[in-house]
Design a protein around this ligand. Sequence first.
Ligand SMILES: *Cc1c(COP(=O)(O)O)cnc(C)c1O
Length: 362
Amino acid sequence: MSKFIRASIQKMNGYSWGEQPGKIDNLIKLNTNENAYPASPEVTTALDNLNLEDLRTYPAPLADELRAEIAHIHGISLENIVLTNGGDEGLRLAMTTFVNPGDSFCFAHPSYSLYPVLAHIQDAMICPIPYSDSWEIPNQFASKISSYDAKLTCLVNPHAPSGTLYTVSEISKLADHIPGVLLIDEAYADFVDPELNYQSASLLENHDNILILRSFSKGYSLAGLRLGYLLGSNPLITPILNKTRDSYNVGSIQQKIGIAAITDQDYAQSIWSRIRDNRTHLQKQLNALGLTSPPSQSNFLLAHVNEDFGLTAKKLYQSLKKMDIYVRYFDDTYLKDHLRITVGTQEQNTALINAIEQVLHV
Ligand SMILES: *Cc1c(COP(=O)(O)O)cnc(C)c1O
């Protein structure tokens, strides 16, 4: 132990990544919710058109061109958008901008395991509020958050790892009844069925304490790029988050590729629709094998491995891994009877179902 290191940092555990196995032939990777399909062909073109001169100078500090495209998609103005180096940087910015050391940070538990890590770095008080079995917004959520006087609360929507979607009106009510900032983590919102008409950006008009996080990692198949953004009502975004982010947090390559991906909405929407179709099909097949999951509006399913299934979630995870099929098992009191399975391509999902049948000898 070094005397140079802050006590909170000495004590804390770092983030534990989902397994990222190296290149293995025929490996089926359904464990970290990456998009099953590649990014738009426009991204390939943008990559082909990159040149050294793009890297000689600093990137556009405010990335107006990319922000304009994002503004257009959400029907908001440029001032409501801050780009981040992956959605994760947006979470870190919210933590360092709104939460003093010692202040409370709330989230509905279980959700994204990065949250407590970021809170520990900030020396914040961590206030997880447990979900009930049905994955509704926790009972008395707002009053619990108020009792902790939380300066920041994160809610993943659609929720991870359950896939449950909360409505805009539920979120609006929550924001009205809590003291601090509410960050809605919409890393998976691109996969929501458009018929549900989930449009949270409208909340920014009449709430000054809402931030919305978006990511290019899942919806746009660009997890390796590290690009995300925060939407907020103007007083939260400009100039506050522009003061606390790194001065050049999004490089020129990220900006160019981001523009290529987000302007090809036809392609993106066709991919999201395929994933929704695959999700419906996979859920039915898992269900038929006794692995039920809550209705998911995301690109993953949280399969419940109940006592009658014949083997534990951990055993199923291990057996699948031996067959080079990776799903996510969480060694956590809340989740130990579950596996989180990313919705893959039709071929991947079929291989998964066949493998489970083989494990079960059915
Ligand atoms: C993937 C994810 C993010 C952001 O991921 P980035 O790759 O950093 O953009 C944020 N929240 C949740 C719940 C996620 O699953």
